[in-house]
Design a protein around this ligand. Structure first.
Ligand code: HEC
Ligand code: HEC
Ligand code: HEC
Ligand code: HEC
Ligand code: HEC
Ligand code: HEC
Ligand code: HEC
Ligand code: HEC
Ligand code: HEC
Ligand code: HEC
Length: 315
C-alpha cells in the first residue's frame, strides 16, 4: 500500500476533525468518514473475513500484480470502492452507531452518483461516453444493480445468467421472452447484450449497432441484401414484422399471415382482403394455397428476392 496516500488521507481526516470543531459535530463525522484506514484490506478483513467479502480476491479486481487493480501497488484496496473506512473500522462505543462506508446498489442510502463515481474513477473509459446521459444513467441505475463485484463470476457477464439480472427491473421483456417463440435466451445461447449496449451506445440508442436493422444483420447477415427486389418494410425495420423479445406466433412474428400482410396490403390489384373460409377473396374456387403458410405459400421471399422474376417476392 502507498504510504503517501495514507498519509494524505490521514492529514485530510485530521483537518476534517479540526474544522469540525468550528462547525457541527455531524460534519466532523462526515469528514472523518472520508479518512482511509491505516492497513488497507488487512484492517477490513480483521472483521470482514466472511466468504462474500474475501471472494473479491478471486475476481479480476483482486489482482495485486496489476497496478490498475484496487489491490495493485499504491491503490486503496477495499476502500478504492467503499471509500475511506478509518472511522468505520474504529472501535465504537456501546450503543453508538458505526459510521458507514459506501454501500452499493440503488436501494442503498448512498447516492447513486457517489457510488458510480467510485467505479468511474477507474472505468470512465471502459463504459464509454454512451453511459453518460443514457437511459440507465438518467434513471439512476447503479453500476452495482447490474454488476456483482464480490462474485468470482459476475452473473451479468455470463450469457446464461445475464437475462435474469435485467429481468429484475424489466418484467415486461421477461414476459415476452417466455412466449412460445423467442431468441434462445433460456438455452444460454444468447443474452440481452446480443442486441443492446447495456452502457448505452450513444445518448439516443441502446442498440449494440447504430440502427435496429444493423443490429439484426450482425447475426442474420443473409437478410441484409442488397436484393434485386427489396421488400420495403424488411430493409426499413425488422421490427415491423418481428417482436425481437418473443411472440406467440411462429418466427416471432407480430401477427400471422394473412393478417400480418394485410396490416399493410389492401386488395388493390391482387385480391388480398381478409381471407374468407373459401379462399382468396374474389376467387371463385377455394384455394388450398391459403392453408398453412397462407400468403407465404406463393410470396415466400418475404425479405426480398434476388431472382430476375422475383418482383412479387415469389421466388
Ligand atoms: C471493527 C470491525 C470492523 C472493521 C475493522 C470494518 N468493519 Fe465493516 N462493518 C462492521 C460491522 C459490525 C458492520 C455491520 C453494519 C454496522 O454495524 O454498521 C459492517 C458493515 C460493513 C459494510 C456494509 C455491509 C452491509 O451488510 O450492509 C461494508 C461494505 C463494510 N462494513 C466494509 C468495510 C470496509 C471496506 C472496511 C475496511 C476499511 C471495514 N468494513 C472494516 C465491522 C467492521
Ligand atoms: C482502482 C480501480 C478500479 C475501481 C475503483 C473499480 N474497478 Fe473494476 N476493474 C479494474 C481493473 C484494473 C479491472 C480489470 C480490467 C482488465 O483486466 O482489463 C476491472 C474489471 C472490472 C470488470 C470486468 C470484470 C470481468 O469479470 O471481466 C467489471 C464489470 C468492473 N471492473 C466493474 C466495476 C465496478 C462496478 C466498480 C465499482 C463498484 C469497479 N469496477 C471499480 C479497476 C477498478
Ligand atoms: C444495465 C446493466 C449494466 C449497468 C447499469 C452497468 N453495466 Fe457494465 N456491463 C454490463 C454488461 C451486460 C456487460 C458485458 C459487456 C457488454 O455487453 O458491453 C458489462 C461490462 C462491463 C465492463 C467490462 C467491459 C469489458 O469490455 O470487459 C466494465 C468494466 C463495466 N461493465 C463497468 C461498469 C460500470 C463502471 C458501470 C457504472 C458506471 C456499469 N458497468 C454499469 C451491464 C451493465
Ligand atoms: C471493485 C470494488 C470493490 C472492492 C475492491 C471491494 N468491494 Fe465490497 N462491495 C462492492 C460492491 C459493488 C458491493 C455490493 C455487492 C456486490 O456487488 O457483490 C460490495 C459489498 C460488500 C459488503 C456487503 C456484502 C453483503 O453481504 O451485502 C461487504 C461487507 C464488503 N463489500 C466488504 C469489502 C471488503 C472487506 C473489501 C476488501 C477486502 C471489499 N469489499 C472490496 C465493491 C467492492
Ligand atoms: C435496477 C434496475 C435495472 C436493471 C437491473 C436493468 N435496467 Fe434497463 N432500464 C432501467 C430503467 C429505470 C430504464 C429507463 C426507463 C425505461 O425505459 O424503462 C432502463 C432502460 C433500459 C433500456 C432502454 C429503454 C429505452 O427507452 O431506450 C434498455 C434497452 C434496457 N434498459 C436494457 C437493459 C438490459 C439489457 C439490462 C441487463 C443487462 C438492464 N436493462 C438492466 C432499469 C434497469
Ligand atoms: C434480438 C434483439 C434483441 C434482444 C436479444 C433483446 N432485445 Fe430488447 N429490444 C430490441 C428491440 C428491437 C427493441 C425496440 C423495439 C421494442 O420495443 O420491441 C428493444 C427494446 C427493449 C427495451 C425498451 C422497451 C421500451 O419500451 O422502450 C428494453 C427495456 C429491452 N429491450 C430489454 C431487453 C432485455 C432485458 C433483453 C434480454 C432478455 C433484451 N431486451 C434482449 C431487441 C432486442
Ligand atoms: C447475437 C446474435 C443475434 C442477433 C443480434 C439477432 N438474432 Fe435473431 N436469432 C439468433 C439466434 C441464435 C437464433 C436462433 C437460430 C436457431 O435456432 O437456429 C435467432 C432466430 C431468429 C428468428 C427465427 C425464430 C424462429 O422461431 O425461427 C428471427 C425471426 C430472428 N432471429 C429475428 C431477429 C431480429 C428481427 C433481430 C434484430 C432485432 C435479430 N434476430 C437479432 C441470433 C441473433
Ligand atoms: C414484411 C414482414 C417481415 C419483415 C419486415 C421482416 N421479416 Fe423476417 N420473416 C417474416 C416472415 C413472414 C417469416 C417466416 C417465414 C417462413 O415461415 O418461411 C420471417 C422469418 C424470419 C427468420 C427465420 C427464418 C429465416 O428465413 O431465416 C429470420 C431470421 C428473420 N425473419 C429475420 C428478419 C430480419 C433480420 C429482418 C429485418 C432485416 C426481417 N426478418 C424483417 C416476415 C418479415
Ligand atoms: C409494414 C407494412 C408491410 C407488411 C406488414 C407487408 N408488406 Fe408487402 N410491401 C409493403 C410495401 C411498402 C411494399 C412496396 C409497395 C410498392 O413498392 O408499391 C410491399 C411490397 C410487397 C410485394 C410486391 C408488390 C409489388 O407490387 O411489387 C409483395 C408481393 C408483398 N409486399 C407481399 C407481402 C406479404 C406476403 C406480406 C406478409 C408476409 C407483406 N407483404 C407484409 C409493406 C408491407
Ligand atoms: C396462390 C398464390 C398466391 C397467394 C396465396 C397469394 N398471392 Fe399475392 N400474388 C400472387 C401472384 C401470382 C401475384 C402477381 C399478380 C400479378 O402480377 O398481377 C401476386 C401479387 C401480389 C401483390 C402485388 C399486387 C399488385 O398490385 O401487383 C401483393 C401485394 C400480394 N400479392 C399480396 C398477397 C397477400 C397479402 C396474400 C395473402 C392474403 C397473397 N398475396 C396471397 C399469388 C398469390
Amino acid at each position: 500500500m502507498d504510504s503517501q496516500k495514507f498519509l494524505r488521507a490521514a492529514v485530510l481526516g485530521l483537518a476534517g476533525m479540526l474544522l469540525a470543531g468550528i462547525a457541527s459535530a455531524q460534519s466532523a463525522a462526515d469528514d472523518a468518514n472520508k479518512a482511509y484506514s491505516r492497513k488497507g484490506a488487512d484492517t477490513c478483513i480483521a472483521c470482514h473475513d466472511d466468504a462474500v467479502s474475501l471472494a473479491v480476491f478471486r475476481t479480476p479486481h483482486g489482482v495485486p500484480t496489476d497496478p490498475r487493480s484496487p489491490f495493485g501497488h499504491g491503490q486503496l484496496q477495499c476502500e478504492a470502492c467503499h471509500g475511506g473506512g478509518d472511522a468505520h473500522a474504529a472501535r465504537v462505543r456501546r450503543g453508538q452507531e458505526r459510521p458507514p462506508v459506501i454501500r452499493f446498489g440503488s436501494d442503498m442510502p448512498d447516492a447513486v452518483g457517489v457510488q458510480n463515481g467510485m467505479c468511474l474513477e477507474c472505468h470512465d473509459g471502459s463504459v464509454g461516453f454512451g453511459w453518460h446521459g443514457g437511459p440507465h444513467d438518467n434513471d439512476e441505475v447503479a453500476c452495482a444493480d447490474c454488476h456483482t463485484s464480490h462474485a468470482t463470476l459476475d452473473p451479468v457477464l455470463q450469457t446464461g445468467t445475464q437475462p435474469d439480472v435485467c429481468f429484475d427491473c424489466h418484467q415486461l421483456q421477461r414476459s415476452e421472452t417466455l412466449k412460445a417463440f423467442s431468441h434462445p435466451f433460456f438455452e444460454g445461447k444468447m443474452a440481452c447484450d446480443g442486441c443492446h449496449a447495456p452502457h448505452g451506445d450513444s445518448p439516443d440508442t441502446t442498440f449494440a449497432r447504430q440502427t435496429l436493422n444493423d443490429t439484426c444483420y450482425e447475426c442474420h447477415a443473409e437478410k441484409r441484401g442488397p436484393y434485386l427486389w427489396e421488400h420495403a418494410p424488411a430493409s426499413e425495420d425488422c421490427g415491423l414484422c418481428h417482436s425481437p423479445h418473443g411472440s406467440n406466433h411462429p418466427g416471432m412474428l407480430t401477427a400471422r399471415a394473412p393478417l400480418l400482410c394485410q396490416s399493410c396490403h389492401s386488395q388493390d390489384g391482387h385480391p388480398s382482403i381478409a381471407q374468407e373460409a373459401d379462399g382468396l377473396a374474389g376467387a371463385s374456387m377455394p384455394s388450398q394455397y391459403l392453408l398453412g403458410q397462407s400468403c407465404l405459400n406463393c410470396h415466400e421471399q418475404v425479405h426480398g428476392s434476388n431472382h430476375p422474376s422475383g418482383s412479387k417476392l415469389m421466388r
